[in-house]
Design a protein around this ligand. Structure first.
Ligand code: MUC
Ligand code: MG
Length: 373
């Protein structure tokens, strides 16, 4: 007999300001929008989760508004009255009534884990089998849209020892302009930093074959999702020919995608994102596929705030290998957040406390201030 039942699942859309516009190939973010999920249980425990995407519907198939609507109308009613402490049963129930919707499911799975962790007095990483590290290297994304400003930003991050790995968002500009931008930054930072690029699917194979070679030959260490996710054969060919490893990001929209990518040999690195897999437990299934296939791992982000960032971090703390580190910098892109304590970034790493659940508390006043009405 379960001692705790799910009583209510509440969703709240929160709009938060960012430190500067964040330019991606498909969208320029002027703010970030989170869907905060509160899971109330009959034993009085509460779980917090977050479901966050980028640019409304510009990045993925779920928007903050559709996430909220689908949880309110379909996912929450399926869970009310169910045991709160059986996460397998709850998530299997959601998979039965809802196809896809991995962002919404990820927020709910995070909330279930947070509540269970608080109930048992265990950190989520311990619930997931145990952490093998306490901190994670965190890359920073240079995406101001201006080369000189990006260089100044990188120099500042090196100086304050917050980041020494930089991901450059490219793909929106003509190829030669993007190349000039990346090579100028790499030349300036030299061996002091690792420079990588994320193209967000904006090249075609004929462009990518040439540019990946130039980037790799000039010290760019990793190339993320250069071509469209649907061009699987092209990605296989590119992976074989590029001197720098190709990382799959948009190509992975489910654990099943991860399996077929691995089977096809379409990437030598996977970006792990809880939102694209359906939660911190689901993302570990993708990690296991990668490990079995000899594919390296990177801890990705959908630029979540602190809740989603910590939910990701707890999963990544348990991994055997995380060769390419993480990019869990979402909270640092925000000037405001809805939790009472900011996460700790120090000496190039995010340090994750080993306290019950996700290890955070909501700031009710901030939640009220930034909630969309
Ligand atoms: C993406 O495509 O990887 C992650 C970091 C960042 O700046 O954008 C995201 C999305
Ligand atoms: Mg990406």
């Amino acid at each position: 007999m379960s001692i705790s039942l799910i009583e209510r699942l509440e969703t709240l859309i929160v709009d938060l300001p960012t430190i500067r516009p964040h330019k991606l190939a498909m969208h320029t973010m002027q703010q970030q929008t989170l869907v905060v999920i509160r899971l109330r249980c009959s034993d009085g425990s509460e779980g917090i989760g977050e479901a966050t995407t980028i640019g409304g519907l510009a990045y993925g198939y779920e928007s903050p508004e559709s996430i909220k609507a689908n949880i309110d109308a379909h996912l929450a009613p399926a869970l009310v009255g169910q045991p709160a402490d059986n996460i397998n049963a709850a998530m299997q129930r959601l998979d039965k009534i809802a196809k896809g919707n991995t962002f919404a499911k990820s927020g709910i799975e995070s909330a279930l884990l947070d509540a269970q962790g608080k109930r048992l007095g265990l950190a989520v990483s311990e619930l997931l089998g145990g952490r093998v590290r306490d901190s994670l290297e965190v890359a920073w994304t240079l995406a101001s849209g201006d080369t000189a400003r990006d260089i100044a930003e990188a120099e500042h991050m090196l100086e304050i020892r917050r980041h020494r790995v930089f991901k450059l968002k490219i793909g929106a500009n003509p190829l030669q302009q993007d190349l000039k931008h990346v090579l100028a930054i790499k030349r300036e930072l030299g061996e002091r930093a690792s420079v990588r690029v994320d193209v967000n699917q904006h090249w075609d194979e004929s462009q990518a074959i040439h540019v990946c070679r130039v980037l790799g030959d000039n010290g760019v260490e990793l190339i993320e999702q250069p071509i469209a996710r649907i061009n699987r054969a092209g990605q296989v060919r590119l992976s074989q020919r590029s001197p720098a490893p190709i990382m799959a990001d948009e190509s992975i929209e489910s654990v099943e995608d991860a399996f077929s990518l691995a089977a096809d040999g379409a990437a030598s690195v996977f970006a792990l994102k809880i939102a694209k897999n359906g939660g911190p437990r689901a993302v570990l299934r993708t990690a296991q596929i990668a490990e079995a296939a000899g594919i390296a791992l990177y801890g990705g982000t959908m630029l979540e705030g602190t809740i989603g960032t910590l939910a990701s971090a707890h999963a990544f703390l348990t991994l055997k290998q995380l060769t390419w580190g993480t990019e869990l910098f979402g909270p640092l892109l925000l000037t405001e957040d809805v939790v009472s304590e900011a996460p700790v970034y120090r000496d190039f790493e995010l340090h994750v406390p080993n306290t019950p659940g996700l290890g955070l508390a909501l700031d009710e006043a901030q939640l009220k201030r930034f909630a969309r009405h």
